[in-house]
Design a protein. Structure first.
Length: 254
């Protein structure tokens, strides 16, 4: 349960049977119920057929059917180790915060850093800027890849950055050039966090912002690397997948 979306993953024998992502703005308990109902429908299962459930993330305590709650970093670590054991640095960029941690040669978390006091660099920041541009985030992200004139967003404060965006719009600037500047700002903020720890390849980015191709492009350019593969699993459900893996290990089906 993130601040902007609920995610559910159902597994069997460590394979994902179904997953679901559900954006929401309020009533997290209802969102938790709805996202699981949709995942169950995709898997062709009933709730009674689920052996055990762990919840994680910002709103983990709002999940009414969870058997236990668990820290999100543990879930991300478990999922990444399952999908690509070569990964050594993980960056999780969600709706309200972003985290980076390293995995040592023995598969243990060795160092970490987190930012949760500033919205710049998060999914919420991107959402607010897209709203100011009155266009969907996905459309902005794809189209801004071709921008050759990204417009500088000088402020990292959401309110002031939104004012910059509105000023550009009023001046008749191309919205894709504006968003290219937004993506560059977000990427730079994430890079700043990652550089607080050692950057050890392979490097993976997870969370909703990892699906934003414009931010990923700038992030890879700034760090001079290519992000690692996660076996084709949607980066936004990595936490839910890790929670499912740990639920299976903590409570094996009888």
């Amino acid at each position: 349960m993130g601040i902007l979306s609920a995610k559910a993953a159902i597994i069997e024998n460590n394979d994902i049977l179904a997953f679901e992502i559900l954006p929401y703005k309020n009533l997290p308990k209802q969102a938790a119920v709805d996202v699981m109902d949709k995942a169950l429908a995709r898997a062709g299962l009933s709730e009674k057929q689920i052996d055990y459930c762990l919840s994680t993330g910002f709103g983990k305590k709002a999940v009414p059917y969870a058997d236990e709650v668990i820290p999100d970093v543990m879930c991300l670590h478990r999922a990444v180790r399952e999908l690509n054991p070569e990964i050594r640095t993980v960056i999780d960029v969600g709706g309200h915060s972003f985290t980076a941690f390293n995995i040592d040669g023995n598969g243990r978390i060795s160092e970490s850093a987190i930012t949760d006091k500033c919205a710049a660099g998060t999914g919420k920041f991107i959402e607010v800027m897209a709203k100011a541009l009155e266009m969907p985030v996905d459309e902005l992200s794809q189209a801004s890849l071709a921008s050759i004139n990204p417009l500088r967003i000088t402020s990292q404060c959401v309110i002031l950055a939104e004012s910059d965006v509105i000023s550009y719009v009023n001046d008749g600037c191309d919205p894709f050039d504006i968003f290219a500047g937004i993506a560059s700002t977000v990427a730079a903020k994430i890079v700043g966090l990652v550089r607080r720890i050692s950057v050890n390849e392979e490097v993976a980015m997870v969370g909703g912002v990892a699906k934003n191709s414009s931010v990923v492009k700038d992030f890879e350019k700034d760090l001079g690397l290519k992000l690692a593969d996660l076996a084709g699993v949607d980066p936004q459900v990595i936490g839910a997948f890790g929670a499912a893996l740990m639920a299976k290990e903590d409570h094996p089906a009888s």
